[in-house]
Design a protein around this ligand. Structure first.
Ligand code: MIG
Length: 830
């Protein structure tokens, strides 16, 4: 078996077009309910009309379309939209209720227009669709002000214009911001031009490349080493429209169990039960909230999956029970590589069931990973996914609550390119093929097997699976972490555009290793990283600790007293914000919109903020500008247009400008949009510690709307209606005279419990409304049901008594009421 040179797989060369055949003139066409097939000599191009106004194009170079199968696109039973044909001399136009698809006849070029005839996107007039042997490529027109977002996990700057990006899942153990590819493949790009957006999803699992205006200033292109030229044009016009529609096509991030949104502590490795207990005890002793502890590969017996090292973990179920009693969930790592060893049950049953990928000669391919010689389960085979999922039974009965799937690019230490040979065979859901076609989906199908297995074994419990590799749609099965980063400020910064583009690509439940995986962070770097990491949907510290036992600890308690306080308060803030985060996670599942949002998603029409790399919206209500440089005393940042309030102090800022805000070590620059309503609670040590008795709503001056979602936090019952979802509004009613900027701070405010859907048993007994940014003591506060008592002493605040009081230090008017019915309003009169 030959080694494949690195450059062939990981290089970003875009093939020259000289030997390529470009599609020729239209010679005929035919139509069927939702599709229109164009003949271009021997080749055929099929255009079909999909859900949500999405248009699909497929090319058959030889005129014969292959199996129509996708690992990404989910089934859809919405009826095909109506469309009609307008056949003219030089072009054919397909007209839907939202788009005009214009097919130029000679040569065949396809373009997408608005109904009133404006060009949105189209094939490059010179190149169009082309192929060379197995390789396929599509060239599109490129405009001067086109900018590119999405494309999954990349370290490079947020706007991908001018970059060539490769999709080929790669164990990028040592990467920097320009290393490409990384671990995941998401061939989905969002094109943003003067505030208007559309998307392209190139559903091809072979090694793919996107040339986003690097080799040409007049066209961009995407293509793959094999497979079908098969892509979806996803209309906007807003970035949100594109992201939502992409979510409807490939599925959205499934709602995690609530505990998985808590803080998570990991290390390679807590290599013995003693050490795991020690870590857990330390966190509780220092009152650092934490929900989850991870076990890395050393818990296993000789790296054999689904086993325990009985010397270091003599009684796993006892350990896990103790941890559970103390409020910790335990997640263990499981790699795909199965040790080749007769007598090891998993290997034997895998051989008996033909579950391992063969090398092309019929024998299992044997690579090298942690256990030494290892074989690779074929996750592209349904029977193997079932077998694999069931293997978790033992760990689950030991008390393991989630699974961490690593090395699933898949990694192989045999070759310098880091993966298995391209000749390795896969079942490919009944259509056998080689690794070229299945490489990019291997990790996703492993995560799927794990998640589906968990769902069978723990009926009606939401799985938690964390995966390193993935392909479009992986978010249906797993959360994602961004692999082996470095303990450096550069890597802290890099994680932001990376996670923002992942969010735009549907991978919502994601995070980078807090503090960095390789190396040792300074106390300051760790603290600042944690202050950023509490906004990662997946909030996990992880390190390889230099792989030596005496390497320093990397956790919130490890940097001395002063830093412990800083670190604890960051994590407490995460827990205080959990109702909002959980609401956003539910919104992500419903809509496909991410939690960590690039400014371009919320403000597509405001070009100036599109390339802001190190700020983000957190949900639709908050803006976070974490400290990303060592020794920062004053954080410069750009506020998008509108009015903004400092989240802690309530201080008012006019947006649309660069500002600088002074920071101490424990300052996290965060802002609320005017009219923001953010659901919060008191901090807890872990999510299951205390139920939500009082919901705190942080309400900012202005006009706006907010949401609160809640359910049992663990089961699927919410899908059958066992949840509650409230919407609130806040309005600044004109005190009449004052219409100046920031006037909302001083005008009357009317807060309304607008609507309630679902089961009220998931609501808290009391609500604490915190009207922020109010300097003046109100004249009175009343609800639509009557006046409220003015509690003069701040001390009364802690007693749970109903009424209102003003806190001068934080410029907040607090109002505590018992759970009202929908429709009730609360008015603050100035
Ligand atoms: O070859 O399991 O990215 O998080 O700690 C290294 C050991 C294997 C790579 C993962 C990392 C994990 C480590 N793994």
């Amino acid at each position: 078996m030959s080694t494949i040179p690195n450059s062939d797989l990981l290089g970003s060369e875009i093939p020259e077009f000289s030997g390529w055949r470009s599609i020729g003139p239209v010679t005929g066409y035919s139509q069927k309910s939702n599709s229109f097939t164009i003949d271009c000599g021997e080749a055929k191009l099929r255009i079909s009309f999909e859900r949500q106004g999405i248009v699909r194009l497929r090319l058959a170079q030889t005129g014969i379309f292959g199996r129509d199968h996708s690992w990404a696109v989910i089934a859809d039973d919405t009826p095909a939209p109506a469309w009609k044909i307008d056949d003219e001399t030089n072009q054919i136009t397909l007209i839907t209720s939202t788009l005009r698809v214009v097919i130029q006849k000679n040569p065949c070029r396809v373009a997408f227009h608005t109904l009133d005839g404006k060009l949105i996107a189209g094939h490059d007039p010179g190149k169009g669709i082309a192929w060379d042997g197995d390789e396929v490529r599509c060239s599109m027109r490129l405009n001067d002000d086109d900018h590119f977002f999405g494309l999954g996990e990349r370290g490079s700057p947020l706007d991908k214009r001018g970059q060539v990006l490769v999709d080929w899942n790669h164990d990028a153990a040592e990467h920097d911001p320009w290393t490409d590819p990384l671990y995941q493949s998401h061939p989905f790009v969002i094109v943003l031009n003067a505030g208007r957006a559309h998307g392209i999803f190139f559903d091809n699992t072979f090694r793919a490349t996107f040339d986003l205006g690097k080799t040409s200033t007049s066209r961009y292109s995407f293509g793959a080493d094999g497979g079908e030229l098969n892509y979806y044009f996803i209309p906007g016009p807003t970035v949100k429209d594109v992201v939502r529609r992409y979510g409807a096509l490939v599925g959205t991030q499934s709602l995690p169990p609530l505990w998985a949104l808590g803080y998570q502590q990991c290390r390679w490795s807590y290599e013995s039960a003693r050490r795991v207990r020690g870590m857990a005890k330390r966190l509780r002793k220092h009152r650092v909230p934490c929900d989850t502890i991870y076990l890395d590969i050393d818990y296993m017996d000789g790296f054999r999956c689904f086993t325990w090292n009985r010397e270091t973990f003599p009684n796993p179920s006892k350990l896990l029970r103790e941890l559970a009693d103390d409020g910790f969930k335990t997640v263990v790592i499981i790699d795909p590589g199965i040790k080749k060893e007769q007598g090891y049950g998993i290997y034997d049953s895998g051989i008996a069931g033909h579950h391992f990928c063969n090398d092309g000669t019929g024998r299992p391919y044997v690579g090298k990973v942690w256990p030494g010689e290892s074989v690779y389960p074929d996750f592209t085979r349904a029977a193997t996914r079932k077998w694999w999922g069931d293997l978790y039974r033992g760990l689950i009965s030991d008390g393991v609550t989630g699974f961490w799937n690593d090395m699933n690019e898949p990694a192989d230490f045999t070759f310098s390119h880091g993966t298995v040979p391209l000749t390795m065979r896969h079942d490919n859901d009944g259509c056998p093929t080689d690794h070229r076609e299945c490489h990019n989906i291997y990790g996703m199908q492993m995560a799927r097997a794990s998640s589906e297995g968990f769902a069978r074994l723990r009926e009606n419990e939401r799985p938690f699976v964390l995966t390193r590799a993935g392909y479009s749609g992986v978010q249906r099965y797993a959360a994602v972490w961004t692999g082996d980063n470095l303990s450096s400020w550069e890597h802290l910064r890099m994680s932001i555009p990376m996670l923002l583009n992942m969010g735009l690509s549907g991978i919502v439940f994601a995070g980078a290793d807090i503090g960095g995986f390789r190396g040792y962070p300074s106390p300051e770097l760790y603290a600042r990283w944690l202050q950023l990491g509490i906004f990662y949907p997946l909030c996990r510290t992880h390190t390889c600790g230099g792989l030596t036992k005496d390497a320093p600890e990397q956790d919130p308690t490890a940097f001395g007293k002063k830093w412990l306080k800083v670190n604890r308060s960051a994590i407490e803030l995460r827990y205080r914000l959990l109702p909002y985060l959980y609401t956003q996670a539910n919104e992500a599942e419903r809509s496909g919109l991410p939690v960590m949002r690039a400014l371009a998603l919320e403000f597509p029409e405001m070009e100036k903020v599109h390339r802001v790399e190190h700020e983000f919206m957190w949900g639709d209500q908050m803006l976070v500008a974490p400290v990303v440089e060592e020794g920062t005393k004053s954080r410069k940042l750009r506020l998008p247009p509108g009015e903004w309030y400092d989240f802690e102090s309530g201080k008012h800022f006019e947006g649309g400008a660069e500002i600088a805000t002074r920071v101490r070590m424990d300052t996290i620059p965060m802002f609320a949009r005017s009219g923001a309503i953010v659901a919060m609670r008191d901090a807890v040590q872990y999510t299951g510690e205390k139920s939500l008795n009082e919901l705190i709503l942080a309400i900012f001056p202005g006009n706006g709307r907010g949401l609160f979602y809640n359910d049992d936090g663990i089961s699927y019952n919410y899908r059958g209606g066992e949840f509650v979802r409230e919407t609130y509004t806040i309005a600044a009613t004109a005190a009449g005279e004052d219409s100046t900027i920031g006037a909302a701070r001083n005008s009357d405010a009317v807060f309304a419990f607008e609507s309630r859907e679902g089961n009220a048993s998931f609501l808290p007994a009391t609500y604490l409304l915190a009207f922020c940014g109010r300097r003046r003591i109100p004249a009175n506060v009343e609800t639509s049901e009557g006046p409220l008592k003015h509690l003069k002493k701040a001390g009364q605040a802690g007693t749970g008594e109903f009424g209102w009081w003003h806190d001068d230090a934080t410029r907040t008017v607090y109002v505590r009421i018992a759970r009202p019915s929908a429709g009730v309003t609360v008015t603050v009169r100035q």
